[in-house]
Design a protein around this ligand. Structure first.
Ligand code: GDP
Ligand code: MG
Ligand code: K
Length: 300
């Protein structure tokens, strides 16, 4: 055993046509606990879909929006954004459905790989549905089209070969830190980022009047079942009553402005419409209260 092994971490984007099994895969590797907040493509920003933390590595799976055949001009633009995001990660998983084989949709995506230097894995999913002979011919058909770094057949649903895929993935991860605290992220990857976005707006808009003694706690962040809208409830915590007055502003104007600006950023981050509710609370000397600090998402 080599105890000197360095910690590895990296970013992986999973791309592929709808229904190939991307979400099923993420749920399997990260566990049912993770709330995959948004399944909506067509946003301009990358978003973290899930983080897998092991003893010596951290894999951060990113949703790369917009890789599909564009139907209109905006689609072209989205395609460019998506291509750029392929370059900002350590590995790309191109997931395909073993049952369907190579088609026009796959061809379109593979064309985009030509200008990308990032290592690309072909992940052939749903092998539980096909005969091994058929798998061989699927592999052959893809090999002709692109020089994939690895070709890994899996069943995301049943778990076949998923461990092997993660082992191979680790080989391609650079040495790096644990970007996300393991416990925080296994619950809700976006909580911390969302609270930072709100904090940033509050500090910016109130300028010097509110010192950095301001914290934001996310009380709730939940996707509404039937709609593509995320409900966020957050509390801004200040130390004095006078600060509370400033954050709320005349007739609530300041708080409204903070909320509007933060909401736009959060919508970009999550790729969903957001309903944001903000509250303000005074909690004296909160900085001295370590237990509370931890509740606020701070880490020692
Ligand atoms: P996504 O659109 O790429 O995120 O695909 P989903 O993860 O939502 O999966 C689409 C459908 O394929 C769902 O009904 C899954 O249960 C099913 N599915 C995903 N992975 C597998 C697999 O490995 N084997 C089988 N048989 N079905 C799968
Ligand atoms: Mg999905
Ligand atoms: K998806």
């Amino acid at each position: 055993m080599n105890n000197e092994q360095k910690h590895k971490s990296g970013f992986i984007s999973i791309i592929g046509r709808p229904n190939v099994g991307k979400s099923t895969f993420l749920n399997r590797v990260i566990g049912q606990k993770i709330a995959i907040m948004s399944d909506k493509p067509q946003t301009t920003r990358n978003k973290v879909q899930g983080v897998l933390t092991t003893a010596d590595a951290q894999f951060i799976f990113i949703d790369t929006p917009g890789i599909h055949k564009p139907k209109h001009k905006l689609g072209d633009f989205m395609m460019k954004v998506a291509q750029n995001t392929l370059k900002g990660v350590d590995v790309v998983f191109f997931m395909v459905n073993a049952e369907e084989g190579f088609g026009k949709g796959e061809e379109f995506i593979i064309e985009k790989f030509q200008s990308v230097k990032t290592p690309i894995f072909l992940v052939i999913n749903k092998i539980d549905q096909i005969h091994p002979d058929q798998l061989l011919s699927v592999i052959e058909s893809y090999k002709e089209k692109y020089d994939f770094k690895e070709i890994v057949p899996i069943s995301a649903l049943e778990g076949n070969n998923v461990e092997t895929l993660l082992e191979q993935l680790k080989e391609y991860m650079p040495e790096g830190p644990q970007y996300y605290p393991a416990d925080q992220v296994t619950d809700h990857p976006e909580h911390f980022i969302v609270s930072e976005l709100i904090r940033e707006k509050a500090l910016h808009l109130t300028r010097e009047e509110i010192p950095h003694s301001l914290a934001v706690v996310i009380d709730k962040m939940k996707k509404k079942d039937d709609k593509d809208i995320v409900h966020v409830m957050a509390t801004i915590i200040v130390e004095r009553d006078s600060q509370k007055g400033i954050v709320i502003g005349k007739q609530g104007k300041m708080l409204k402005e903070i909320g509007q600006r933060a909401r736009l950023d959060i919508e970009n981050l999550l790729g969903s419409k957001v309903f944001l509710e903000l509250w303000v609370k005074v909690q004296k000397d909160w900085r001295n209260k370590m237990t509370q600090l931890r509740d606020f998402g701070f880490r020692e």
